[in-house]
Design a protein around this ligand. Structure first.
Ligand code: NAD
Length: 263
């Protein structure tokens, strides 16, 4: 829950949030807006993101863009410049799941589709953020939505976890490049979180109830909320994290620290 001391933490800042039409991105847009940022809410689902923007407490614009397309990324950066003159914070969050097939059954098309959004899209968003900061001659902060699948393996999420492992490689490289330039780059790594993507994954894995069941196996015995991920994101984007860069913060109810092979 947003604390009173944090109200206004982003006043005067312009924040871009991708995948803002649903789930974690929508919660992040709400949180950053509530804390004073002017928000550029980006999603490939134009109607959904416009609806989210209508509910935000502060100034915001909705931009329909596919983050895997270079020209669309240029378009949202241009829209941010036109609306607010600059960008300070970027939450690169849009992502897709892919299938739950095991390796021999994963098609090259599915692999390419997932990598195009989750890895190429993150690269394009990072590059655009850095180009913008250089044009503005400013520092900034970026958070990438990674995943527990960036850190741990499973044999039925090949494309997704390859893309999310790759996203961390981008975070590390960008943090090193950004360090001397006043740009911090971090990742939040959610476990299971209640969103549309979560429900679609549950469906593919045998029904939403199955994902719910997996949530009960985490140390905290539950699935997380989009707002809980938005809270970690807001911290990493804020000056409270001014000396934090290249870091991955897990928000997974403790799932990533379980030792599954203890003797
Ligand atoms: P969601 O499906 O609720 O929201 C994702 C949003 O991204 C949607 O509005 C969708 O339209 C948008 N999007 C998809 N492809 C896009 C594209 N090419 N260009 C622009 N927008 C696009 O899902 P979510 O759970 O909120 O997912 C957000 C991020 O969190 C993703 O990167 C996902 O991998 C990550 N994540 C989610 C979970 C979970 O359990 N929900 C766990 C770990 C990581």
């Amino acid at each position: 829950m947003r604390s009173q001391e944090n109200a206004g933490a982003f006043t005067g800042k312009v924040a871009v949030v991708t995948g803002a039409g649903s789930g974690i991105g929508a919660a992040s847009a709400r949180r950053l807006s509530g804390d004073g940022a002017r928000v550029v809410a980006v999603d490939s689902d134009g109607a959904a993101v416009e609806e989210v923007v209508r509910t935000l407490p502060g100034e915001a614009v909705a931009v329909r863009a596919d983050i895997s397309r270079e020209e669309d990324v240029e378009h949202y950066i241009g829209a941010a410049r036109e609306a607010f003159g600059r960008t300070d914070l970027h939450h690169l969050n849009a992502g897709v799941f892919g299938t739950f097939d095991r390796l021999p059954d994963v098609t090259a098309d599915d692999f390419d589709r997932v990598l195009a959004v989750n890895l190429r899209g993150t690269f394009l968003g990072l590059r655009a953020a850095f180009r913008r900061y250089e044009e503005q001659d400013s520092g900034g902060a970026v958070v990438v939505t990674a995943s527990i699948a960036s850190l741990r393996g499973s044999d039925d999420l090949i494309a997704y976890q390859a893309s999310k492992h790759g996203a961390l490689g981008l975070v590390h490289g960008a943090a090193l490049y950004g360090g001397p330039r006043g740009v911090r780059v971090n990742a939040v790594a959610p476990g299971l979180v209640h969103t549309r993507l979560f429900s679609s994954g549950g469906g593919a894995a045998g029904g939403g109830g199955d994902m719910e069941q997996r949530g009960t196996t985490t140390p905290m015995r539950r699935v997380g909320t989009a707002e809980e991920i938005a809270g970690v994101t807001a911290f990493l984007l804020s000056d409270d994290a001014a000396y934090v860069t290249g870091e991955v913060v897990s928000a997974d109810g403790g799932a990533s620290v379980v030792n599954t092979v203890r003797p």
